[in-house]
Design a protein. Structure first.
Length: 143
């Protein structure tokens, strides 16, 4: 079962942040099946550390994590002046009742995917966010 990356798009480097190892593994397999590279982080601080030193096309960010929530991660990322501050971030959460999707957008997320994650919904969201940011990661912007 091989798919072309992003259905015709280029392979993406995706940072997936979740405190649940099973969720990390499932999403890694989904992304891998579509030709994308998943880089896993198990905490908000781990994610911010990686974003400070690596370029990603997209971030998948769990909302409910111990220590630092996904909302706090996005707030800190958007507040930095680093090259990754505008990286598209998709909120992942099983809690679909406390906030409406529009509220996630207002908080600085680019999109929202509910858990349990459906492959079709996740890939559609990734495709939308990647299409909205046609440029390659920050590496190509350096002079």
């Amino acid at each position: 079962m091989s798919h072309s990356p992003g259905e015709g798009g280029r392979p993406l480097k995706v940072l997936h942040v979740d405190d649940d190892p099973m969720n990390l593994r499932v999403v890694q397999e989904i992304l891998g099946a579509f030709g994308h590279q998943a880089v896993m982080a198990c905490s908000g601080q781990d994610a911010l550390d990686r974003l400070a030193t690596e370029a990603f096309d997209l971030v998948l960010l769990d909302i409910h994590m111990p220590g630092m929530t996904g909302v706090e991660v996005v707030e800190q990322l958007r507040a930095t002046d680093g090259p990754q501050r505008d990286t598209p971030v998709i909120a992942l959460t099983a809690d679909v009742y406390s906030r409406r999707p529009a509220e996630y957008i207002a908080l600085g997320f680019n999109d929202f995917v509910s858990k349990p994650i459906l492959v079709s919904g996740l890939m559609a969201s990734i495709k939308r966010c990647a299409a909205a940011r046609p440029s390659a990661p920050a590496l190509s912007r350096a002079s």
